[in-house]
Design a protein. Structure first.
Length: 118
């Protein structure tokens, strides 16, 4: 029987009624990132960013303290500035997980966003 266990490995053990390997033994699932275009209120701050930088995105809400929407997000792209100056901020593309991307979209729709370099 010892020879069968040595040869059969975990599949042989499972077929004999042994519990399957613990979840800790399985490799972790890869976190899939997406590109999230985000409008930052201060265009001058965006001009300081470069692809590969890490930033925290902060929502500056009027009715409460600022809150971090995305921590340690990687800057994927900094598009060229728009031709017409204004206070519309500037766009930056961040590489984040899907849940964070949804949070960024939601926060950007109702409040001004800022970034801090990590």
């Amino acid at each position: 029987m010892a020879a069968a266990l040595a040869v059969g490995g975990t599949e042989a053990q499972a077929s004999r009624g042994a519990p399957p390997p613990a979840a800790a033994e399985r490799p972790p699932a890869a976190v899939r990132t997406v590109s999230a275009p985000v409008r930052i209120a201060d265009a001058g701050t965006v001009r300081l960013l470069r692809p590969g930088d890490r930033v925290d995105v902060v929502a500056a809400e009027r009715a409460g303290p600022p809150r971090v929407v995305a921590a340690g997000a990687r800057v994927a792209e900094v598009p060229a500035p728009e031709q017409e100056p204004g206070d519309g901020g500037a766009l930056v593309v961040l590489s984040v997980d899907r849940d964070t991307a949804r949070a960024l979209v939601g926060a950007g729709a109702v409040t001004r966003l800022a970034v801090t370099l990590c």
